[in-house]
Design a protein around this ligand. Sequence first.
Ligand SMILES: NC(=O)c1ccc[n+]([C@@H]2O[C@H](COP(=O)([O-])OP(=O)(O)OC[C@H]3O[C@@H](n4cnc5c(N)ncnc54)[C@H](OP(=O)(O)O)[C@@H]3O)[C@@H](O)[C@H]2O)c1
Length: 312
Amino acid sequence: MKAVQINNYGGTEVIEINENAPRPTLGKDQILVEVYAASINPVDFGVIAGRMKDMIPLKFPITIGGNFSGVLVEAGKDTTGFKVGDEVYGQALVTNGGSGSMAELAASNIGNSALKPKKTNHEEAASLPLVGVSAIQALEQHIKLQKDQKILIHGGAGGIGSLAIQLAKHIGAYVATTVGSDSVEFANNLGADKIIDYTKETFEGELSDYDAVFNTARGDSADKSFEVLKKGGVLVSMTGAPNSDLAKKYEVQAIGQMTNTNTENLNRLTELVDGDILKPQIDKIFPLSQAKEGFEYQENQSPKGKIVIKIK
Ligand SMILES: NC(=O)c1ccc[n+]([C@@H]2O[C@H](COP(=O)([O-])OP(=O)(O)OC[C@H]3O[C@@H](n4cnc5c(N)ncnc54)[C@H](OP(=O)(O)O)[C@@H]3O)[C@@H](O)[C@H]2O)c1
């Protein structure tokens, strides 16, 4: 089978297409999926660079990619709830026990898989798992965002941010977001109430008394966000543990989120997408043969939403 693989750690230059990769071995609590589409996430660059190699040793060649959408072709002997022919989506990242999603076949843990939304095609569904579950976990589970509350979402044009804006607006919150210059119109179309171009303005001077901040940007956005929160507010950051001294000083709750793409969270994502509440945001689709170009595009072009790799 064809697979997008690496044989060395490095940058996008190590990405190769293997036309004769072996079929993945299926664990007893896994499903084998004929992958129709996969999507690129920042964590995939971490796998390619070997950032987790000391914690999770892997053998080359490594099939890259985590998020997938496809059709179940075989179910492991300890799996329940799925049958051959089901359209499924989820997370098959190698560091998570999967076989890697950017291949014609992928083994995914049953616990990281769910029935895909019916209203999407496979490319749209593949764009969703990690980013959609990240938005749900932050807004519904950690922040418990309510109607008429004010939330600042950093990185509103990114994979997570573009879904978080939609979910926050559905809840009925007032949404401010930070984006780059090219993405102002995109954030406006997603329904954001106040858009701050982070290349030209500083958000911390503009905003105050916010109930919540959801940070999906790297750098100092998390630290500076304490200034815009009201006492008792909540900061959830995707990019590491927030500063606990600042949390104490500003009397707010600060959470470093680890996203869990489990079946329950994926089912909630399916429900929100099939309920027309979340619309997948795809910037560009690349064929499997051009997966490397897809990663280069993700790295260099500030995509609005997601980059998808079409496999079938
Ligand atoms: N902890 C976890 O479990 C977990 C899970 C998923 C993701 N993550 C992390 O969460 C982050 C976001 O993920 P993602 O998939 O949404 O990434 P993404 O699609 O690359 O989006 C990140 C967005 O942030 C924007 N940005 C960069 N610098 C900014 C700044 N200073 N202020 C405001 N926005 C800024 C980028 O815009 P430009 O392109 O214009 O710069 C981009 O639109 C990544 O760092 C990822 O590794 C963590």
